[in-house]
Design a protein around this ligand. Structure first.
Ligand SMILES: Cc1ncc(COP(=O)(O)O)c(C=O)c1O
Length: 401
């Protein structure tokens, strides 16, 4: 059957795993998107923080096209030059020593879990199949069967069991609970420095530092998932820099691919990653020359345009302006840099209604967990463009009051 209507075709042939806003996007440039009626929208979500450099950045599309015409994929059965260059660059940026390049975020998280377990057995001498990883409530690390196994969101797990064992869930922000969960079998603590999908939740002051000390004291790896917070999103290159941390493992993705190509990475120390051996892990597409070249150009662009600094400045001004909006619908504004969440009073309106109102007024974003409106625009956004978002938000809130 051939269906013409875009919404109906997708609903008929696609499994209903998403609930998109009713807009058909056909074009993007910088912070702007256009629909099939040529209406323009400000992108305040940047594909869950993956389009940090903006849409169709000419430097990135040029790098993509150039490399696509040279060499795109040969698998890891052979050497290529861009892979080593990307690994070197990422290690230098993060002050870590070795890495594995994958494609999606979830794959990089899986890589981190495997590497941490292997280190647990081979370096910490945890008895066979006993290794445990501590995770925190509200975590979001992706959608594989293992990753959803340690989520506390029932919708992510429902009827996908049997779940993978080996994870302990503790309340977020509670150092004492985390300390009590550590056993001789604990190989790692895994968390996001700011929880994205949970609703842009920042940790209590000093929490991450205390977690790091606990990890050090108990010979436990601290693995930070910066898939959403990395590469300038929070106003620093990595969010852990706000707390002066030094993670043992860093998980990266999203923005690394410049919004053009899925590129993710797990970085760690030689102690951990040199325990991985040929055959222990891999990916047909992981580390391909096309993705690596796009990632290298993305990193160069971010440095040249000082996107972290720009995100810090814009984020602070934006947050201040949002906090000055006096609307009974707003319960809280929180976040860091250009990763901002607005908690909507659920008794007055749904976050989705705010997103729909914003859409009508030319601003696109998506709610998270029914009550939070997220603002995570491309980091190249200007103050004038943020003012456009602020005005649309004020009008939307007024209309819903
Ligand atoms: C913190 C974090 N980890 C992992 C993921 C999963 O990444 P992907 O969707 O590329 O698998 C996400 C995606 O939103 C994320 O925000």
């Amino acid at each position: 059957m051939v269906i013409q209507n875009v919404f109906e075709r997708e609903a008929f042939y696609g499994a209903p795993i998403y609930h998109p806003l009713p807009v058909v996007l056909t074009r993007g440039e910088g912070v702007w998107l256009w629909d099939d009626q040529d209406k323009r929208y400000l992108d305040m979500m940047s594909s869950y923080s993956a389009v940090s450099c903006g849409h169709a950045h000419p430097r990135l599309t040029a790098a993509l096209c150039k490399q696509a015409n040279i060499l795109s994929l040969v698998s890891r059965a052979f050497y290529t030059k861009p892979l080593g260059r990307l690994l070197e660059k990422l290690c230098l940026l993060s002050d870590l020593e070795m890495g594995i390049i994958m494609n999606t975020g979830a794959e990089a998280v899986e890589t981190a879990i495997k590497a941490a377990r292997r280190w647990g057995y081979r370096a910490k001498e945890i008895p066979k199949d006993k290794a445990e990883i501590i995770v925190v409530a509200g975590n979001f690390h992706g959608r594989t069967t293992t990753i959803v196994s340690f989520s506390d969101e029932p919708a992510y797990q429902a009827d996908f069991g049997p779940l993978t064992p080996g994870f302990r869930l503790v309340p977020y922000g509670d150092v004492e609970a985390l300390a009590q969960a550590i056993t001789p079998y604990t190989c790692a603590v895994l968390m996001e420095p700011i929880q994205g999908e949970a609703g842009i939740k920042t940790p209590p002051e000093g929490y991450l530092q205390k977690v790091q000390s606990l990890c050090k004291g108990h010979k436990v790896l601290l693995l930070l998932d910066e898939i959403q917070t990395g590469f300038g999103r929070t106003g620093k290159r990595f969010a852990f820099e706000h707390d002066g941390l030094k993670p043992d493992g860093l998980i990266l993705g999203k923005a690394l691919g410049g919004g053009l190509f899925p590129v993710s990475a797990f970085l760690s120390t030689k102690n951990v990653l040199s325990l991985m051996t040929p055959g222990s892990h891999g990916s047909t597409f992981g580390g391909n020359p096309l993705g690596c070249c796009v990632a290298l150009e993305t990193l160069a662009l971010m440095e040249d345009e000082r996107l972290s600094d720009h995100a810090a400045i814009m984020g602070e001004k934006f947050m201040k302006a949002l906090k000055e909006i006096h609307s009974p619908l707003i319960k809280e504004v929180r976040g860091k840099g250009l990763l901002i969440g607005i908690e909507i009073d659920a008794s007055r309106a749904k976050a989705r209604a705010v997103c729909e109102g914003l859409m009508k007024r030319g601003v696109l974003t998506k709610e998270t967990h029914e009550t939070v409106v997220r603002f995570a625009p491309p980091l190249i956004i200007t103050w004038q463009e943020i003012e456009f978002c602020l005005n649309s938000l004020k009008q939307t809130l007024n209309a819903l009051e």
